[in-house]
Ligand binder design. Structure first.
Ligand code: PMP
Length: 360
């Protein structure tokens, strides 16, 4: 290949997800997946979809999925976009709405690392806004942004990897004071103790909410994620998507998604188990001297005043426990730990207690 293409390809930097080891090799506390299997009703619905009809294309607009989810949230189906994971919904949003409009986007310095990757891939100008000293999102700089220069603001709520949530009142204030800027709230972790902003959609045409089945509904493997907004914005995503592939998600995923939304009991049971284990884990690791940020997510973000995060991560790895370490300043001394089953959490506490007493 000639030098031009060789250099060009090197500059394409994809998003790098957490390590996915061979099954059974490690206890995976590094990718914020659910430790529990999906709802048995969702599994049965997917089995049924597998048994009959795969020779046919899926429902062309995933209408039954959009109807089910719209009803669940008090929206209309034209206010729901379905994609292969929320990453795909985000990609279409970046491509369709943030690209080519001559303005920049804002997001926190510490947030989901997909945003800068996609901004770069699509040549979208962006500014990273520092977090407050307590690692929460300070909305003051966003309130001061000029709509002549800025087209969008995006952040995760709760934020990742910090786990801290913004209140609905704060988000509403931003929407109200910046009516000409599109505010995107990525709610991948909203079901673990934060209020969704979906209730604000009818009143704010400048709001888009992103959600996923990958976390609280234990379906990371089927790749289903959503964007919610007023119909006009959803239209933009649909148009961009249809240029790539007019079928939103496959038949099996459509069946699983509908059944998962219909099984509220299982959803509530598993997310409450995760939240209870989170409170247990926070209490125990604080007892071991860790500083833990207030978490509204299915993970915690913690550091130890005396122990090096790289070393803790590698000690845990030796004990077959995988956690996530970001080398980025100022969070390079933190570890992000996904809440596993209660047993996983107890084993993690045992391992951390050994590591702390050894004092690596
Ligand atoms: N948003 C945030 C904040 C995330 O942490 C993740 C998970 N990596 C996603 C979106 C993407 O989730 P998915 O594509 O599995 O729906």
């Amino acid at each position: 290949m000639n030098q031009f293409w060789s250099d060009f390809v090197k500059e394409l930097k994809p998003y790098v997800p957490g390590e996915q080891p061979k099954e059974g090799e490690f206890v995976k506390l590094n990718s914020n997946e659910s430790p529990y299997p999906p709802s048995p009703k969702a599994v049965a619905a997917m089995d049924k979809a597998l048994a009959k009809g795969l020779e046919l294309y899926p429902e062309a607009e995933a209408t039954p999925v959009r109807e089910t989810v719209a009803k669940y949230y008090g929206l209309t189906p034209d206010q729901v976009f379905v994609g292969n994971g929320s990453d795909e919904s985000l990609a279409h949003l970046f491509n369709g709405l943030f690209r080519h409009n001559g303005k920049k986007i804002l997001f926190p310095t510490i947030t989901y690392s997909f945003y800068p990757v996609y901004a770069k891939l699509y040549s979208i100008p962006y500014t990273e806004v520092p977090l407050a000293d307590d690692f929460s999102i300070d909305i003051t700089p966003y309130l001061a942004a000029s709509p002549d220069e800025v087209c969008g603001i995006i952040f995760a709520n709760p934020n990742a990897p910090t786990s801290i949530a913004l209140s609905l009142e704060t988000i509403e204030r931003l929407l109200k004071e910046q009516p000409n800027i599109l505010v995107v709230v990525d709610e991948a972790y909203v079901d673990f103790g934060t209020q969704t902003a979906i209730s604000l959609i009818q009143r704010y045409p400048n709001l888009m909410v992103i959600q996923t089945l990958s976390k609280s509904r234990s379906l990371a493997g089927i790749r289903v994620g959503f964007a919610f907004a007023q119909a006009e914005l959803i239209q933009a995503l649909t148009r961009v998507k249809n240029s790539f592939n007019s079928y939103p998600i496959d038949r099996v995923a459509q069946a699983g998604a509908i059944a998962a939304f219909e099984d509220e009991e299982y959803f509530n049971k598993t997310r409450h188990m995760i939240m209870a284990s989170r409170e247990y884990l926070i209490k125990e690791v604080r007892g071991l001297g860790f500083n833990v940020l207030p978490s509204a997510a299915n993970f915690i973000f913690m550091s130890h005043p005396k122990l090096d995060a790289t070393k803790i991560a590698s000690e845990l790895r030796e004990r077959k426990l995988l956690v996530r370490h970001f080398k980025q300043v100022p969070i390079d001394q933190f570890l992000r730990v996904t809440i596993g089953t209660q047993e996983n959490c107890e084993n993690l506490v045992k391992a951390l207690s050994e590591i702390v007493s050894k004092g690596i």
